[in-house]
Design a protein around this ligand. Sequence first.
Ligand SMILES: *Cc1c(COP(=O)(O)O)cnc(C)c1O
Length: 395
Amino acid sequence: MLRKNRLFTPGPTPLLPAAQMAMAAANIHHRTADFRALYTRVLADLKTFVGTQNDVVLMASSGSGAMEAAVANLTSPGDKVLILTAGKFGERWVELAKAYGLTAEVLSAPYGQTFSLDAVRSRLTPDTRAAFMQATESSTGVRHDVEGVARLLRDAGGDTMLVVDAITGLGTTRFDVDRWNIDVIIGGSQKAVMIPPGLAYCAVSPRAWTRMESARSPRYYFDLRKERKAGAKGESAFTPAIALVAALAAALDYIREQGAGDLAAGREALIANAELCAEMTRAGARALGLKLYASVPSSALTAIAAPEGLDSSVIVKSFRDNFGAVVAAGQGEMKSALFRIAHLGYYDYLDTIGIIAALEQVMTRIRPVEFGAAVAAAQEIYAERSVDKVASARP
Ligand SMILES: *Cc1c(COP(=O)(O)O)cnc(C)c1O
């Protein structure tokens, strides 16, 4: 059969056609009124998308650039910081802390797990200058308890900045950024906002802006204060990724349409969509006797453990060779232990049913499968969750 190339990876994710068109048409200069209008609109829409009153800064980099920016702008060499890690992206915080000469208190949970709040509490001291975590650890598919950690920090009443890598969390997970006091929350373009890699964004709290004035770690390109100042005038400090900014504007418009003209409602619809895709996928995997890799699964992606004695790359390759579906293997030491199917961004019912049906075909090459078992389980979930729409569509 024909094979259409389709991305099911937790970044890059499938591109929104309207965003692709906007990119192709973006033949504008960045020091013009046209661009300033576009940039101002995108920054305002990003605030709504993140769900915050805090200023949002946009950067031309992959998501890790904003992670580095958070470290560089909020810390001074030797600062004590708390890092919560349970996967490859958590380990990135550890490496960043090392690169910036911080004293890192590292609380790690095994891959596939999350940390207990009691453990977090026991590692938190009054001199902890910042805490770094992921909202959803994309290497294992786990959702961490951002709200719980935020509450701990608030109860402690200190001056510990909370920095959340929500690169696969935004658009798949609910955050009350301002009420929870998330000081920096980070997103990336190649995830739920359905555009190519190359943009990172973060929302920064008032007390984090204040911290930056005294923080002494070196920073130049990623000086958030410079970007904030330029952003207030509808510009970026350096040449922006103009085409990606145009794409992001189109994507945010699309998300707004999902909310019938209300961007916050559109964000909620996007999250609900990811939740339903994830729930269908989990049900399908379980119906085939597969085990989930994550103890607390996120809606951003589903990580599925390779069946006993099988390297997950066989499954990944089979998806690609037979169906053109690009699913992700594990990262690093987890490479052959799991495979990952993403739900963040531009996925719909047919994508989800399709990948679940393909999973049956892939698995039947490995062990006996009852065709339809995974699809039926996913259908049940879909029918339960969309009961109103289905019922109201009946004549
Ligand atoms: C994708 C991702 C990142 C950023 O990776 P880049 O390759 O730098 O864009 C960081 N954290 C998480 C949880 C991610 O999923």
